[in-house]
Design a protein around this ligand. Structure first.
Ligand SMILES: [Zn+2]
Length: 275
């Protein structure tokens, strides 16, 4: 599994885009049907591609988390009208949908991947304070050893009143995040956090972490009010999005002190689920 994950990041100029296009067309035929519908590329298929347990769109290669963001934002299209300047980590199928649906100026960034406007370290963003109306940061923070500094940077580059939508692998049953920023063994990272390059698995205390970074933060569940048939149809799953707003004025926040024992695998049965 580890070798497969590393290979998924492999990219060869010219060859990889051709391979991807051929795979897309092959998948389009192989999965032809009407059982499921991808809201991002607006195509129907017999079923999703099962990629290590994830439901992936045969055409645009969206994951359930991309479609969850779609579910959240397509219900609130007025948000898109309020955003004129968006910082986006990093190109993915949801961004393609967003660009087709709005005229938002999207600045794309990541550390060193292909096809972005700016290569940048999320803990030292090369943007002035208050540059963006909104930030979308999906499945990045779990890779970053100093996530507190990254969260402060996301808040800094937002305008006051601006919104950040943040997605991470989250275990809501755990009150506290399990992390090992100094762990370098990819096999241990995969065993403990689910992927060879993750350094933590967040618990519900991510709200406290975002609050400490300066946000007014809450976990939202877009799947509420979605029936089972719709969830199956669009390949959605019950997950949370961190909705974070930069306060319009400075505020004093008090965050619950973290106990000394969070850096270990927490037994969900021994930890009370959050209310
Ligand atoms: Zn699609």
């Amino acid at each position: 599994m580890l070798r497969q994950m590393k290979e998924s990041y492999f990219y060869a100029p010219l060859i990889s885009p051709i391979y991807r296009e051929l795979r897309r067309r092959w998948h389009g035929r192989k999965f032809a049907g009407t059982g499921v519908e991808c809201p991002l590329c607006e195509r129907e298929f017999r079923c999703w591609v099962d990629q290590e347990g994830s439901d992936v769109c045969p055409w645009c290669e969206s994951f359930a988390r991309h479609r969850l963001l779609w579910l959240y934002l397509h219900r609130q299209t007025e948000k898109l009208g309020d955003w004129s300047n968006l910082l986006y980590f990093a190109p993915d199928p949801f961004l393609d949908w967003l660009r087709r649906r709005s005229r938002i100026n999207c600045v794309t960034t990541n550390l060193c991947g292909r096809g972005v406007d700016v290569h940048a370290d999320i803990t030292r963003l090369p943007f002035a304070a208050g540059t963006f109306d909104a930030v979308i940061c999906s499945h990045v923070l779990e890779h970053v050893p100093d996530d507190a500094r990254a969260m402060r940077e996301l808040c800094r580059v937002l305008k006051r009143g601006g919104e950040a939508l943040i997605q991470v692998p989250l275990n809501r049953a755990n009150r506290f995040t399990d992390e090992a920023p100094d762990e370098t063994d990819p096999l241990e990272r995969e065993r403990r956090f689910g992927q060879f390059d993750h350094v933590r698995r967040y618990g519900s205390d991510i709200v406290d972490r975002l609050t400490a970074a300066g946000f007014l933060a809450q976990l939202v569940s877009p799947m509420r009010e979605v029936d089972e048939a719709t969830a199956r149809r669009y390949g959605l799953f019950d997950d949370c999005i961190c909705s974070c707003r930069k306060p319009v004025a400075d505020i004093q926040v008090t965050v619950e002190a973290k106990p000394e024992l969070p850096s270990r695998v927490l037994d969900p049965a021994a930890v009370a689920a959050p209310a």
